[in-house]
Design a protein around this ligand. Sequence first.
Ligand SMILES: [Cu+2]
Length: 225
Amino acid sequence: MVRRTLAAGAALTLAVTTGAVLANTAGPSGEVAFQPATASDSAIGSAPAGGPQIARAVLKDAAGKKVGVVTFRNVGKVTEVIAVFRKNANVGAGFHGFHVHANNLPDAGTGCVADAGGDPATWFLSADGHLADEGETHGKHVGDMPSVYTLAGGKARIAFQIDKIPFGRLVNSAVMLHAGPDNFANVPVGNGSDQYTENSPAATDKTMKTGNAGNRVACGVIKKL
Ligand SMILES: [Cu+2]
C-alpha cells in the first residue's frame, strides 16, 4: 500500500495497491491476451506533479486512412477517454465494439498491420487480444470499453472514464474498433426455453472471449504524449 499526496490541484490523498504480476498465457489468435504488469503500472492513482498524463492513439483503417483519434488523460485513479471518429470514416453506421488490445506478444507481429486487399478477418491481428488479467471473461476485461456509436456519415464522438487500466499499461497497447456491435459476452446459456441451449461450447467460449464484435476495422497504438 502506497499513500501519496498529489501536488497538482487540491490536496488529494490516494491509496494505491500495486496489482499482482500476471503472465502471458494466450496466443494471438484469441481475443484475450494477458499483459504482464510493469513497473510503470504503479503510476495509477498518482497524477504527476506536472499535471495529468496524456496518451493518444490515431486509428487508421486497413488502407491506412486516418479515421479517428482516441485520447487518454489520466488524472489519478481515473482515466478520461475521448474518442472522435471522422466524417466519412467508412466503418459503417451503428454500434462498434471498442477495446484496448494488448500489443506485447511478438508471434503475430506488433502494432496495427493490415492488408487492405486481404481477408478482413486478418486485419490488425498483429495486435493481440483484449487487454485482460488472468481469469477475466469478456465484458470484464480491463481493456473493455463502451461501444462507439457511429452516425450515418461515419462520425462519432464518445467520452467516458475508465479505472481498471493503469496508465502504464495503456501506453503501447492498441485501441481497436470492430466492424460490429459488442455483445459483452451476454449469452444466456442454459436449459431454459429462452436460453441458447443449442449453442456449441466453442461458440459460447468465443463470445466469452470477444463479444463477437466481428472483424477489426480500425486500429491505433497508444503513444504517450
Ligand atoms: Cu477488440
